[in-house]
Each structure stands twice: as C-alpha cells, then as structure tokens.
Design a protein around this ligand. Structure first.
Ligand code: ADQ
Length: 733
C-alpha cells in the first residue's frame, strides 16, 4: 500500500447529508470548506470521516443501508446520535452556550447543567465509535466546538493516540471564557490533544492565557506541559480553494449568470453581503450603516444596489426567527424610505445559492461588505477576493473577523461604527482601479500560497513528531529498553549513590510551595531505598532546611538544603552550614530592594535562606510577574557587581545567593569522598540541577525530568510520574 497511517476526521456533521424524501433517502454532499481541503490529503493516505449524517434513524436495516452507502461512496462513517440527548447537546450546549459566549455575546449564553451533561454524553458516543474503528498509529483530527471534550476522552482510552483538534470559531479572552461554569473541564478536554489549532494568533493567545490563569499551566513557544505530555498550540488560518473560484469565473455557466446580473443592475454599482443568518454576523448593524450612507450621500441614490444574501440557519430556534424578522423589517424600512420607481436599494435573498450563482455574484460585485461582529475566520471575504483573480474589487472587512489578521490591505472597519462603515463605502465606490489592485494583489498572492489544501497539510504536518534542531544537545529519552539497562546496572552494583532533587522531580509543582509535601507512597519508596545498605541516598534540594527536615527528616537519607548551603548527614543532630566568601550582612543591604519588589507585585513574596534570598512570583499576575522579574534582575545586577554573590532565575523565582554554593559543589562532597561508587544516579528538573549534572563523572546516569531541552544531563524522563515509576522499579515493585 505504501500509504501513511489512516486519518480519521471527526466532526459534528459529515460532509454529506442524508435527507428523507417521498422517494426515499437522498444523499447531498456538501461542497467546499473542509471537504475540499481534504481532497488532496485523501490521495496520500486512507481517510474516513466520522460524524452525524443529519438524520435520526431508528430502523436497523435502514441504518445498515446508510452505513454501507456512506462508507462506499463517501468514505464516511455515520454516527447515529441518541435523539434524547441530541438537542440538549446541539441546540443547547453547543449553540446556546459555547457559540454565543465564544463570539462575545455572553448575554445570549445560558448555562444549563443538563445540557452540559448531554454534551459530555454525546462526546462519549463519538469516543466509543472512534475506539471501534481506530487502529494503533492512526491520526485523529477532531473539528470544532461541538467536540471539545473528545480529545481527553480518547486520550484516556488510547494514551498513545495522535490527536489533533481544530477550533473553527474564536477562542475568547480569558475574562470571558471564565464565565463558563465548566471552564476547567473544557480546557482539560482540549488538552487531550497533541496539537490544538486556531485560526488566528489572537485566539491561540487567549487559549494559552486561559490555561495559565485557570489551570496554572505555563507555555514555552506554544508548547504546554501537562502531566507527562506536551501539547502544541499553533495558528493555522484556513484558506479557500482559490483555483476553484478562478476556474469557475471562466465557465460558461458563470459568465451567463454574470451577463444576466449586469442586465438587471445595468450601470449601477453592486455592494454584496453574504452570510449565514446569525446574530454574530452583524447583519442588522450593517443595514443601518447602509441606511446612514444613503442618507449622507443622496448623489449615490439610484447608482448603487446592495445585494444581501443570507443563507437560512438554525431556523427552528426562536432567537434566529426573531433575527430574521428584524432583518426583514430593516430591509423593508430602507427600501420604503429611499426606493424609487426603477430602483430598489436592497435586494434581499434569504436562501442557499448554488455555487455558480454565488460565484457570479462575487464576480459582479464592485464591493464586498463583510462586517461580522465576531467571526472565527470568515470565508466570504477570501472567496470574494478569489473570484476576482485580476485584483479588482474592494473588500470592506470587519476588524473582529479572524480574516482581518491576514487581510490587512482591505478597508478595515469597526462593525459597530456606522459612520466609519458609511465612509468606507464611499471610499470603496470611488476607489481607482489601480488602488484596488495595489490592495488586492498582495492578498491574492497570500491566498494562493496558503490555500485550503496547504492549510490541511500544514496542520497534519504539525501532528508529526518533531525533529530536534541539529545543533541542540538533546538528551536521550529513557524508554523501556533504556530503563531496563539502568535497572540491570543498579542490580549488579554494590556502592550506589543516588542524588535526587525534590520539587519538579519527585513531586509536581504546586501553586503554593507548602502544598508540595511528599505523599505516603513517595515516603515509603524513599525509606525502602535508604534501607538498602548498598545505597547512599542524597536528597538535594533548593528548599529551606526547616521544610526538608519536616518532610524528609525521618527517612534516614542525607539531606542537602538551600542548593547546598546546608547539609545534614544521617545521624547528625545539626545541619552544617557550608562556608563562602560572602561578607556578613549582605542580606541586610539587599533586603530593602527585594521588599520593594514584593510591594510592587501583588502575590509575590520574599524567602530568606542561609546563603540566599529568593523572590517568588508564582502567584503573581503572570505578565506583571515576568516583567517585574526582568526589572529586578537588572536592578540586582548593578548592585551585586564585584561581590561574591550571584543571581539565578529558576521557575518563577529570582534568587540571589552566595557564589560557591550550588548543587554541583554539594554533589562533589560525595563524589570526591573516599567511597568509590560503582553506580551514580543524578536526577533533577531545573537550572539549579544543571550544576549537578555538569560535575557527574562518565558512566553516571544523569537524568533530566521534563520535556527535552538543552541540558548537561545525558538522559531524560517525561515527568514526575515517570520518575515515580522508575523509583518503584528500583525498589523492585
Ligand atoms: P461560518 O460561520 O459558516 O463558518 P463563513 O466562514 O463565512 O462562516 O463560511 C460561510 C460559507 O457559506 C462560505 O463558504 C459561503 O460561501 C457559504 N455561503 C454563505 N451564504 C451562502 C448562500 N446564501 N448560499 C450559498 N453559500 C453560502 C465557521 C466559522 C467561520 C470560519 C469557518 C471555517 O464561523 O468563522 O471561517 O467556519 O473555519
């Protein structure tokens, strides 16, 4: 076969709709959009599409028939969703909660526990079907806001699955997102993915800041570490099939439509609007702007026609029925006020148009007025440009459409600003052809480069494993075979030295340092390691001595506190302070400066240790914390120049410490002692552990805990839970 692994595309609806008619079942494939974008992908790999076929079917025989035909003719697997939950999931949670909230209409969103339950239940139905059809190695690509719990549900059942998720609507600012009662669950649901894609950089940023503010998860260049996994977050602005529009413009059918249109509109200019009839699209506001334009510019009466095309959407929902009435009335009012014999200012069409007619309208329009109040991307703006391959025409585009991030040469407007839109209309209608082309050609070039096929390929490429940049020194991930070798070495040796960091290695970071106490299992494992006469166990930490004493004082291990400033051997009653050359009293001099930063940064705090002072800002507002950390470092650098003090930045902490103190020097106390160790293990997760890794002799097992990055350690383990299972293996569990 030679094909890549199978791709399973999952979305609420299949790209083909099954409709019951008097003559039996009919199959209507949906043109354009996702279906087109994945056509070229189909050529390279097996692909099936999983989703609802648009119809509830109870009869088993009929279900089988639909399944057979969809699979054979459309490579689609229908999922018959339980009707009892369907409305609660679809009209309820998806379109009554998420859709308005994510489009910045919190006043339209409602929060119903039973709809949320149905949403989770339907997501679980999708999960069950995926488990039926997926084989190891398959790629899963889940689409849109109806299925945000699905990545995590699949991940729980298939920990090794490759899962991508793409959100087609905006992701709102974290202030808005946090209004959702089930916000943490939704974030965790999405984090089941390996890759999460958004249309714009703004949405990705909003998502990342929600992760930070609501779950305390940090990101580094769009990579988020959650438990033992890395989730990538990136931007993939969806494109359109430019070629399809260009070609269509040359066909006889479209040319005929164009001629008919010109006949009807004669020498009038055409302004076009095309939307699904939805409250996010700003249709009423736009009509008001057109009204304003006509009232301000009487010389344009009879010279311009607004063709307003609205495709029916969610017609059974009362809010949408009310919106339709409002639009109908606004059109009637404007036509009544300005219309004259032979000139109807607005042609309003409330229906779905076949592709040829839509393309002809795009082609005939002198101006496209695309002013959604909020839109994930907005394909209409791109389709309009694609239907004008020579670069003529004017696009007026709302700044709150995702497309505005890419289409900056358009006339960008605030969709609520009637005055501005009216002025933009005048500018558009009088714009010279050379200005039109100067604006459109660069946008067209970008649309051609990053079309809908590139979009899909780009996203799927992001799901492939990352190749580390050539020069970066990356550790060898300790897989099962590697761990087996380590265990063999451990078992066959008699004088073993284990240097173990605590935070971020044995336990995950907690929001407050005092919450990261060792659990029962960890204590038992450590005691068992210590009891083995062949082992010297050293806990080597940055913590203060009281905490280490309190938490680990009884297990009988050697303890190193404060990055090596204090050491306590088993049996000692006291800690030994390691000496340095720093003058007495340095803390008194620096304290006022550090306290100033505590005052200026709510949530931060100062910690004093024997040989260091640390300013912690994990609980501060993240952006402010990072900014203040930079300022503090700069300030400190000036003050401590030429002293035996050094500054270190750790994870959410800036620390000033006496030089000569460090985990490296501390580790040497054991490495340089009279005992010759035949097995050495050093584990740690942050920059302070690097000094320890650097002094490890050849043959030592130095292991960095966490995602791979530059490190002096030879090996890496995914996270604290992987470390924990290594400990279990060492004690023989
Ligand atoms: P939509 O909200 O549906 O999509 P949009 O991107 O504008 O919004 O796509 C509408 C599509 O419907 C276009 O392809 C257009 O040609 C077609 N269409 C509209 N009116 C029509 C009519 N009367 N007759 C025929 N066809 C019509 C969601 C998000 C968007 C995001 C897309 C893709 O809300 O923000 O751009 O997904 O990710």
């Amino acid at each position: 076969m030679g094909k890549d692994p199978k791709l399973i595309v999952v979305s609420n609806r299949l790209p083909v709709e099954v409709v019951r008619t008097e003559d039996g079942l009919k199959y209507h494939p949906a043109a354009g959009g996702l279906a087109t974008s994945l056509q070229s992908v189909r050529k390279q790999r097996d692909m099936v599409w999983l989703g609802w076929p648009g119809i509830h079917v109870w009869d088993d025989k009929e279900r089988k028939e639909i399944e057979r035909r969809l699979l054979k003719e459309y490579e689609s697997v229908p999922l018959f969703l339980p009707p009892s939950d369907f409305d609660l999931y679809y009209e309820g949670f998806s379109n009554g909660t998420i859709w308005p909230l994510f489009h910045y209409f919190p006043q339209n969103a409602h929060y119903e526990a039973r709809e949320w339950s149905a949403y989770k239940a339907i997501n679980a139905v999708f999960r069950d079907k995926i488990l039926e059809i997926a084989r190891p190695g398959d790629l899963l690509w889940i689409h849109d806001y109806h299925l945000m719990m699905l990545p995590e549900l699949v991940r729980e059942a298939l920990p090794e699955a490759k899962i991508g998720f793409f959100l087609h609507i905006p992701f709102p600012s974290s202030e808005l997102f946090r209004m959702l009662p089930w916000r943490e669950e939704i974030l965790r649901g999405l984090l089941g993915s390996d890759l999460i894609g958004f249309h714009s950089h703004g949405y990705a940023r909003h998502f990342l800041s929600s992760l930070l503010r609501l779950l305390g998860l940090e990101q580094e260049f769009g990579r988020v570490i959650t438990g033992d996994r890395v989730v990538k977050v990136d931007t993939f602005p969806i494109g359109v099939d430019v070629g399809r529009f260009e070609t269509a413009m040359g066909t006889k059918a479209v040319q005929k439509e164009l001629a008919d249109l010109e006949d009807q509109t004669r020498d009038r200019k055409i302004v076009l609007t095309v939307d699904r009839l939805d409250f996010t699209k700003g249709i009423v506001e736009r009509l008001e702007s057109f009204d304003h334009f006509l009232s301000e510019n009487p010389d344009w009466h009879r010279r311009v026609t607004l063709i307003s095309l609205a495709v029916p959407s969610r017609t059974g929902v009362p809010e949408y029925q009310a919106l339709k009435k409002e639009v109908d009335e606004a059109v009637g009012r404007i036509n009544g006020r300005y219309g004259r014999p032979g000139w109807v200012p607005i042609w309003y069409m409330y229906r779905f148009l076949p592709f040829d007619r839509l393309v002809a309208l795009y082609g005939a329009a002198d101006v496209a007025l695309v002013t959604p109040l909020r839109d994930g991307m907005n394909l209409v703006a791109k389709e309009y440009l694609a239907a004008h391959p020579d670069g003529t025409g004017v696009l007026i585009l709302s700044e709150t459409a995702g497309a505005a991030e890419e289409l900056g040469e358009a006339l960008i407007v605030n969709p609520h600003d009637t005055e501005q839109i009216s002025e933009a209309l005048l500018h558009a209608l009088t714009m010279s052809e050379s200005e039109q082309m100067a604006r459109n050609l660069p946008m067209l070039a970008r649309l051609r480069r990053y079309d809908v096929v590139r979009w899909a390929e780009d996203f799927l490429g992001g799901l492939e494993p990352e190749i580390a940049p050539a020069k970066q020194q990356v550790q060898v991930r300790l897989d099962e075979a590697g761990l087996e070798l380590l265990l063999e070495a451990y078992r066959s040796t008699n004088r073993r030295l284990l240097l173990l960091d605590y935070d971020g290695t044995m336990v995950p970071f907690a929001a407050r340092p005092e919450e990261a106490a060792p659990d029962e299992e960890l204590l038992t494992l450590l005691v068992r390691l210590v009891k083995d006469k062949k082992n010297t166990v050293v806990i080597i930490s940055g913590r203060d001595l009281e905490t280490l004493q309190d938490w680990l004082g009884e297990i009988g291990a050697d303890l190193v506190a404060e990055h090596g400033a204090q050491i306590r051997r088993p049996g000692d009653t006291k800690w030994t302070r390691q000496t340095t050359e720093a003058p007495d009293g340095w803390k008194g001099e620096l304290r006022p400066l550090l306290e100033l930063y505590v005052d200026r940064t709510p949530g931060s705090m100062l910690e004093e240790k024997t040989a260091s002072m640390a300013w912690h800002y994990r609980r501060a507002e993240p952006d402010l914390g990072d900014l203040r950390a930079k300022q503090l470092m700069e300030n400190l650098e000036g003050v401590i120049a030429n002293t035996p003090l050094v500054i270190m930045q750790g994870s959410k902490v800036v620390e000033v410490k006496e030089s000569g103190i460090g985990k490296g020097r501390a580790a040497l106390r054991w490495l340089d002692s009279d005992t010759i160790y035949d097995f050495i293990l050093a584990t740690g997760d942050d920059v302070t552990d690097e000094e320890m890794f650097e002094v490890m002799p050849d043959g030592a097992w130095s292991i960095r805990i966490g995602v791979d990055r530059r490190s002096a350690a030879k090996y890496s383990l995914r996270g604290t839970s992987a470390f924990r299972s290594m400990l279990r293996s060492l004690v023989g569990d």
